[in-house]
Design a protein around this ligand. Structure first.
Ligand code: HEM
Length: 209
């Protein structure tokens, strides 16, 4: 779970960095999207790899939850948390929100099913107009709110997951423990801030078509 999770996190980080090119304009973002799509072997290897990692991650999460439940079939009479953070106690819920967000996101921007009006438009240079699609999407308050809700799930999930994965992989050392503890919340904050900046910049018309 830890390894598949960390690989997925690195995708989310690179995806956010790529999408930040929306601030450089249509030429930069559409050129970048075309560059990724122009390498079908690499694109499909990455897609199949990502999908396999996500399925593996979810199957292992379900197995781990069932094993935990079996280890303690009788619920605690009193629940008083001393160590467990809110993010760690809500991993299943934030994971589910994230999964629903990803399904919606793929139907929306990859498959163009949610809003087909913009899906196959080309820009002046003949590239697929991903920039126009994003601007069109986040000007809609309903879509912007759904994406912001997805970021809440993403932030909560990453903030516990990254720290916990580093522990699982045995990266514990007195000298670095503070770094490992803050790694999760820091990664979560950076990724969520990057994504939220894109959504709000479009919604507030700082970035426009
Ligand atoms: C503001 C936030 C985001 C924006 C603007 C955005 C934008 C996009 C766009 C434009 C595409 C389609 C690319 C193409 O078809 O050429 C895409 C695909 C995708 N996005 Fe996002 N995304 C965001 C957040 C996320 C997050 C948080 C995740 C995962 C947790 C994610 C996962 C994916 C995946 C798995 C794909 C499919 C990649 C593929 O088709 O090869 N995205 N995104």
């Amino acid at each position: 779970m830890a390894l598949s999770g960390l690989l997925l996190v690195s995708y989310v980080g690179f995806h956010m960095l790529g999408n930040l090119q929306v601030f450089e304009g249509a030429h930069a973002l559409n050129g970048y999207a075309a560059f990724l799509r122009d390498m079908p072997i690499l694109l499909w290897t990455a897609r199949i790899g990502l999908l396999s990692l996500a399925v593996l991650h979810i199957v292992l999460a379900i197995r781990l939850t069932l094993r935990n439940r079996r280890a303690r079939p009788v619920a605690y009479a009193v629940r008083e948390y001393r160590q467990a953070s809110f993010a760690s106690r809500t991993m299943a819920a934030s994971g589910l929100v994230l999964l629903l967000f990803i399904i919606f996101h793929l139907l929306h921007l990859t498959a163009g099913v949610i809003d087909p009006s913009f899906a196959d438009r080309l820009d002046a240079e003949g590239y697929r107009d991903v920039y126009g699609e994003i601007v069109h999407a986040f000007q809609n308050p309903f879509i912007a709110a759904l994406y912001l809700a997805g970021q809440l799930g993403l932030g909560l999930h990453l903030s516990h997951a990254v720290t916990s994965s580093l522990q699982t992989l045995g990266l514990e050392h007195a000298a670095f423990n503070r770094f490992f503890k803050t790694a999760g919340p820091t990664v979560a904050l950076v990724v969520v801030l990057g994504n939220v900046a894109i959504i709000l910049a479009v919604f507030l018309r700082i970035v426009r078509g």
